[in-house]
Design a protein around this ligand. Structure first.
Ligand SMILES: [Zn+2]
Ligand SMILES: [Zn+2]
Ligand SMILES: [Zn+2]
Length: 269
């Protein structure tokens, strides 16, 4: 909604208002699989002129300072406020008993309303005094990538959190892209076939107001090496994860520990 200042509008007389799915948004399309994008587009032929409801089409409303809480159309003009400098006397008293005329109110003792100069009315901000507003429909379109991820870790790597696997680099076994992906087929692995169809079966539900543009299905193998270190009677292990060899240490101290715990002992073995 914005003030209507005259001129031509793109209204229903220019053609039928298009439905949301009829809009041509090809120029707005994001790259595939971006996490999020949002655009706002004016819907063609959706403009209309309306009387401003805030001022009932008058372009002015009662002054909120000197006519607060008055019904629209009933207001008082020339409301004055007592001058704060001379407390309404119009004169300023001095130590020696003399008086001078108050400069703040020029001796009147009262001041007009600062908001409306005591007209009682101010310009309506909604229509900027025009009395009419231009309304239009805007389509807010959001693109989103819905993600379903699954990890099947070997039992010896079971204590590595899934997040670590998601971030790690692995060897890609398949990577397909289609409007709707089918489970991958590996001639020699019943396990992978089942894993693939489980992931596809668990795909995120698409909200009713949304449509799918494209799907992608990828499976990667992430190598994990478990290293166990022993020193006297105690031992500890860490994992080397992925092709980029990220290190994962369970319960790694979150803050600098000042060497008071055992972690430095381990590092100096
Ligand atoms: Zn006022
Ligand atoms: Zn005064
Ligand atoms: Zn208005």
């Amino acid at each position: 909604m914005e003030p209507y200042r005259g001129g031509k509008i793109d209204g229903i007389d220019k053609g039928p208002e298009l439905g949301l799915w009829e809009l041509d948004l090809r120029s707005e399309f994001p790259l595939l699989f971006v996490p999020h994008k949002e655009t706002r587009s004016k819907i063609p032929h959706s403009e209309a002129i309306d009387k401003c409801s805030d001022c009932a089409g008058k372009g002015e409303i009662v002054c909120p300072t000197c006519n607060a809480d008055r019904e629209p159309g009933f207001y008082k003009e020339n409301q004055m406020f007592k001058c704060p400098a001379c407390y309404g006397r119009g004169l300023i008293a001095h130590q020696d008993g003399s008086d001078t005329i108050c400069k703040n109110c020029s001796g009147k003792g009262v001041l007009p309303c600062v908001t409306c100069t005591s007209r009682g009315l101010v310009k309506c901000q909604t229509c900027q005094g025009e009395g009419s507003v231009l309304k239009r429909s805007v389509a807010i379109v959001k693109w989103k990538t819905l993600l379903t991820r699954k990890v099947s870790a070997a039992s010896s790597a079971a204590s590595v959190p899934e997040e670590v696997f998601h971030k790690a680099k692995g060897v890609q076994l398949c990577n397909t892209q289609a409007y709707q992906c089918n489970p991958a087929f590996f001639a020699d692995s019943y396990f992978l076939n089942k894993f693939s169809s489980d992931v596809i079966g668990d795909r995120s539900p698409v909200p009713p107001a949304a449509r799918i543009i494209c799907e992608r299905h990828a499976i990667s193998v992430v190598p994990v090496t478990r290293v166990t270190m022993a020193h006297r009677n105690s031992s500890f292990s860490f994992y080397i994860v992925g092709l980029s060899r990220d290190i994962y240490i369970k319960d790694y101290p979150k803050q600098f520990c000042w060497g008071l715990c055992c972690c430095f002992d381990w590092l100096s073995i």
